[in-house]
Design a protein. Structure first.
Length: 94
């Protein structure tokens, strides 16, 4: 069974020049979000600003964590979380 991935953010919009939002990636087995998968490496990336990773390996609840920073430019920041066979992107306005 392949793992799947959801991505969450605390905010839908952040200010440029110092704005940030917490990002969670949740890895789960197949299509059952109640079955977290432990020990999976999650890669975070963004097209605008930067991402600082807190933990890139999923914990006992299936979560990996990062913080996304808006940087100095306004726009739509796409934050992507990726695992071996799947990726998911959310968008935050900066």
């Amino acid at each position: 069974m392949k793992n799947s991935l959801l991505i969450y953010s605390d905010n839908i919009a952040i200010p440029a020049n110092g704005g940030s939002t917490r990002v969670l990636g949740k890895v789960y087995a197949g299509t059952d979000t109640t079955k977290p998968v432990i020990g999976v490496r999650v890669q975070f990336s963004t097209n605008l600003g930067s991402v600082q990773i807190q933990n890139d390996v999923t914990d006992a609840n299936g979560y990996a964590r990062a913080t996304a920073y808006g940087g100095s430019k306004n726009g739509s920041m796409g934050i992507t979380a990726s695992i071996e066979n799947f990726s998911n992107t959310l968008f935050v306005s900066v």
